[in-house]
Design a protein around this ligand. Structure first.
Ligand SMILES: Nc1ncnc2c1ncn2[C@@H]1O[C@H](COP(=O)(O)OP(=O)(O)OP(=O)(O)O)[C@@H](O)[C@H]1O
Ligand SMILES: [Mg+2]
Length: 282
């Protein structure tokens, strides 16, 4: 298992003509312990995906240090598995071959490859669909293939960017149980991006709330609740409300900048009822 260390990290995007630059965030410090489950929450645009992509090695930090298991991160590697919002499976390959494809670089024997792919498809309860093709699967099943594909590489670190963001509530609940089970079985280090407060409390050891303009860490919440967690538990609700309140302040800032003067008149109509009613999907 490996810890992820993010020290003093800054990301600035410069446009092609080198004239305009935009600093997404700076001075980001975050350590994810080996085997820890940490969620990143924050308003749209605060840099959650950018930070995750830097840890994945898909983006480079402009300044600061990022390492996994003590090794500096410069590019993607098999020690870090990534799951995105869209499963991005190869439509011409069966479920089994999609998972096997990811293993090609590991130079396993055909038998080992097969065993490994089957094991992880079983873990996500897709044994019966190994020969199916992606178009024959539901959205939730596709995400489970993507999770199996990432796990099959046996990464120390699992990076998940809104993996259940596009799914309905029921499927999402089912996958929460699966992810908890997988995490308990494998004790991967997990960095998980979400917009859903309830999801982050259900799953994480720690929740890191990010703010924007400039992107930064606003507060870290420890989730000291026994698993499995129940959203109806008073301590759960209390934490949910505390996070909701802080997040609302950050969203407020973004809305104020984006909508400007009209904001105050539109605010009550737009925002405040919607949060809880929409399952805190912001
Ligand atoms: N390749 C890029 N070039 C220029 N700007 C970028 C690039 N990628 C991201 N950004 C900018 O960086 C900021 C952070 O984007 P990012 O996707 O990390 O946010 P996020 O917190 O994941 O948002 P969301 O919750 O909507 O997914 C945004 O303002 C975005 O426009
Ligand atoms: Mg994002």
């Amino acid at each position: 298992m490996a810890e992820v260390a993010i020290e003093n990290v800054e990301k600035t995007f410069v446009n092609e003509d080198n004239e305009n630059s935009f600093t997404v965030f700076k001075d980001i410090d975050l350590n994810v312990e080996a085997g820890e489950f940490v969620s990143l929450l924050g308003p749209s645009g605060c840099g959650k995906s950018t930070l995750l992509n830097i840890v994945a090695g898909l983006e480079q930090a402009t300044a600061g240090k990022v390492s996994a298991g003590g090794e500096p991160i410069t590019e993607p590697g098999p020690d870090r598995g990534v799951v995105f919002q869209e499963a991005a499976l190869m439509p011409w390959l069966s479920v089994l071959d999609n998972v096997r494809f990811g293993l090609k670089k590991q130079k396993l024997s055909a038998e080992e490859e097969m065993e490994r792919a089957e094991y992880f498809l079983k873990l996500v309860h897709l044994s019966k669909f190994m020969q199916s093709f992606p178009h024959e699967l539901s959205g939730g099943m596709k995400q489970r293939v993507a999770i199996a594909r990432a796990l099959a590489l046996d990464p120390d670190v699992l990076l998940m960017d809104e993996p259940f963001g596009a799914l309905d509530e029921q499927t999402r609940t089912m996958l929460h149980q699966e992810v908890q089970y997988i995490w308990e079985e494998t004790r991967k280090t997990i960095l998980f991006v979400t917009h859903n407060i309830r999801e982050s409390i259900l799953l994480s050891d720690r929740i890191v709330l990010m703010g924007t303009r400039p992107g930064r860490i606003v507060e870290t919440f420890d989730v000291d609740l026994e698993r499995p967690r129940k959203p109806s538990d008073p301590a759960f609700i209390e934490l949910e409300e505390a996070i909701n309140k802080k997040l609302a302040v950050e969203i407020d800032k973004v809305m104020r900048e984006e909508i400007g003067d009209d904001y105050n008149s539109k605010k009550s109509a737009l925002l405040y009822h919607s949060h809880r009613d929409m399952g805190d999907n912001i």
